[in-house]
Ligand binder design. Structure first.
Ligand SMILES: [Zn+2]
Length: 327
């Protein structure tokens, strides 16, 4: 079966994620679909140059949160200067380019046109860095949701990154490719399986599946963070003096989930495990004073976690001017 963009969109429309679709978009990699210039932030970590590429934003409707409390949410949003729109709270979708010498590695690839015109700027951002898709050697995938894997596949079903090896958790790969599991989920959730399969299909012959905490590319070690999806993983970059954790979707809403880590969203495959993993990760981030970045932390999404009473807070790193990490 050939899966193209139309069938992916059809699949999505059948899924609960339909609430996320805010329109239809034409595929474009030259400019961001919003018409705005691409937004990116570059900084250095040891010898690595890291570029955060803003794919766009998603509104998270309050109905998607379990245990949602409107008064607590209003207070947390106000504290963080976050706005609540009619669609909910807007969260960014961030992806990354990491350059180390000749090695050019992506972490996730944005949505392309799978989730509407407020997203899909990842390709334009990458173009703005001067790095061509064919130069990408590796794509590290945190998990197989469309806001992370959508940008892997072109409108005609071919690989956007023709020379890249795709690196993803074996647990994650097996889950989304399991026909029995797909048959067991509600019919309106099966679109996620079709999308997951379609976005990674062109990479099936250059695939690296990892298990557990494993080295996955030069300088990178995978860190299993299960719950949001079964094989959801972070990637730790060893920059010599400093490490940086790309933690994927440990947090979806900067405004709400550092303050209320128990609040899960409808897209978490296993809500109790999501919460357990989140607490473990937040505790470790505090204990190790980890520098981290998240796919949905407020752009550019680089900072640290602090303890605040019984919960946590996010301390954004100051904008790094220039690419020298010295001094
Ligand atoms: Zn996500």
């Amino acid at each position: 079966m050939t899966i193209n963009r139309r069938s992916l969109l059809t699949g999505l429309a059948a899924a609960p994620a339909a609430t996320l679709i805010s329109g239809q978009a034409g595929a474009s990699t030259a400019t961001a679909p919003t018409g705005l210039p691409p937004a990116l932030h570059q900084f250095s970590l040891g010898q690595a140059k890291v570029t955060v590429l803003l794919d766009g934003h998603l509104p998270l409707g309050m109905q998607l949160f379990a245990d949602f409390d409107a008064d607590k949410a209003a207070a947390a949003l106000a504290t963080g200067l976050h706005q609540l729109t009619a669609e909910g709270v807007n969260i960014p979708v961030n992806g990354y380019l990491v350059e180390q010498g000749a090695s050019k590695i992506l972490i996730d690839a944005g949505t392309a046109d799978l989730l509407g015109p407020n997203l899909g700027a990842f390709g334009a951002g990458l173009a703005a860095t001067g790095v061509k898709p064919e130069e990408i050697s590796t794509v590290l995938l945190t998990h197989m949701h469309p806001d992370h894997s959508g940008g892997l596949v072109a409108a005609d079903g071919s690989a956007v990154f023709p020379n890249a090896e795709l690196v993803v958790s074996k647990v994650e790969w097996d889950f989304w490719h399991d026909d029995a599991i797909m048959a067991s989920v509600p019919e309106n959730s099966r679109g996620f399986f079709q999308m997951a399969r379609g976005t990674v299909a062109p990479y099936a012959n250059r695939l690296k599946l990892f298990e557990g905490e494993a080295p996955v590319a030069a300088g990178f070690t995978a860190l299993p963070l299960p719950g949001h999806t079964p094989g959801h993983s972070g990637f730790m970059l060893d920059g010599g003096d400093q490490q940086l954790l790309f933690w994927g979707d440990v947090i979806h809403s900067t405004a709400l989930q550092f303050a209320y880590p128990d609040w899960t969203i409808a897209f978490d495959t296993d809500a109790p495990l999501t919460v357990e993993t989140r607490y473990k990760m937040l505790d470790r981030a505090v204990a190790d004073n980890l520098l981290l970045t998240g796919s949905h932390i407020d752009f550019p999404g680089l900072g640290r976690v602090q303890r605040q009473g019984d919960a946590y807070g996010y301390q954004p790193a100051p904008w790094q001017f220039g690419l020298s990490s010295g001094g």
